[in-house]
Design a protein around this ligand. Sequence first.
Ligand code: HBI
Length: 366
Amino acid sequence: MPINPTPKKSLRLLFVSNPIGPLGSGLGGGVELTLRNIATEQIRRGHSLTIVATKGSTAWGMPLVEIAGNPQISAQTQGRDAPIIIPASSVLANMWDYARQVQTDYDLIVNFAYDWLPFYLTPFLTIPVAHLVSMGSLTEAMDGIIEQVVTQFPGTIGVHSLAQAETFSFANRCRCVKNGIDLSFYDFCAEPAPWIGWVGRIAPEKGLQDAVAASELTGIPLKIMGFLQDELYWQQILQDYPNAPVQYEGFLSTDELQKRLRQCRALLMTPRWVEAFGNVAIEALACGVPVIAYRRGGPAEIVEDGKSGFLVEPDSVERLVDALEKLDTIDRHACRQRVEAEYSNQAMGDRMEQWFSDICSKVNKL
Ligand code: HBI
């Protein structure tokens, strides 16, 4: 008689979003897609879940509590010695005061904010908190408070890649959950259009200028998609590369994004910083689009060099150009298969469900 697998306890989850803008605005960066995908999949698996987010957020039909207040400054614009800054009527403080008030209705809080306060408050709360850290090391204050939490609550710090974990002194105490997307949103494209793509927040750490330079050198049209965060940076690029055949397509919904992304011959990823993961890499691969990425950060753990794209010497436009010339050696089906195997909502859902139940059971074991 087969032993029934122990039914996973249905968890009551409270997802607290990041405090830099409403879900669906693009201000929240990759966290918006990450939170949406994890939440959708955990509900599909029978867990109950509420999302706490800034007023004006969309929760794509999932239970949502909107909180008013002033946003946090973007952490990646701060220097390493930046002090902790919390504005008056802070939406971050208000979100976590709400979480404190309702915590006994839940088994686990999941924190998506890269901010000091949620980590500092963790010991003050009576239920466990899983912290999904969205970026690599940026400031001493954040490194310190995250290390405090991983020491006092082992196993509760989640990261998206080993490269991201390595930016912290406590790398080996982080749980790498990678990331995932709902493949049903991405349609495979076997015959690309004659252009390449670049997707991301338009800001210095994303290194857009290198992709534009490669477009100007090769004459291959470049479609740029993403949130225009730094206008001056963008204007400077247009001045520096007046002849590059580039087209800014705006900040797009997932559906509009994949309609353009799937037609690309390749996606260029040119991060200047250690990209924690690189959601856009798996979005492109899901459509069959090879990824040409600097061998740096999360994308270097996603792209199989020569199979689902190319990994090139960081910050080298020449190497980007060389890789573009080898594109025809890549089988677009191998790109889709990479995501199906490792980065589907199901694969990510398994990793997250296991992480959540490990944290909750550890509480039971105490
Ligand atoms: N800055 N202060 C702060 N808090 C965040 O949660 C945060 C951020 N900057 C960027 C960001 N989150 C997201 O774009 C991540 O996906 C990178």
